[in-house]
Design a protein around this ligand. Sequence first.
Ligand SMILES: [Zn+2]
Ligand SMILES: [Zn+2]
Length: 214
Amino acid sequence: MLEYEVVKSGSSGNCVVIENIMIDCGIAYTQIREYLYGVDYLIITHIHGDHLKDTTYKKIRKFFPNITTISNWQVSQKLNGDVDVVIDWGESETVGEYTFESFEAIHDVVNSGYVFSIEKEGEQYEIIYCTDSRDFSNAPDKEYDYMFLESNHDENIINAIKNPRKKYGYDVVKNAGRHCSTQKCLGFYYMHRKHEDSELIELHKSERFYTGGN
Ligand SMILES: [Zn+2]
Ligand SMILES: [Zn+2]
């Protein structure tokens, strides 16, 4: 069994820790500081503020210089090149004890999903992490033990909204199109689980439009 913790997930901030890997730092430094002592790698998925808080990143670099940071070219550009390992979509890179494979997560900025495996107590676990993506059509067609996947909204609720601008003040339907529905999330899970105990960790749930598929 792997140890993981969803420190925060959603449009108000994201940070997940899986063993010694942290993914995203879109929350205040004080909220993640305690986890950093056990972290060796920090992956940033994309530049949006709920995933990358600049001040938090700067503090991590200052106080935990031993942590290797990994991301895509756009995140690196935003951080003035201060990212240790840049992995392009479709590429794999071995960093320390892990090999991280990056793929395109379909969003409105350069966003990366990641696949990697963790060996622990003689077992090998396959992990996929993908959030803020319209769907998972670019994800490697493998079988996974742990799937950290966006499950943002219920398609039925979104599809039933008429005049979204009038009702919500902005186009929630268009916005939902940049995020993955629970239906697609569950579909991917059932198609790609290695066994019946494969774990699904739903990420980036909408406060208003997530129902858990019920
Ligand atoms: Zn987000
Ligand atoms: Zn985003």
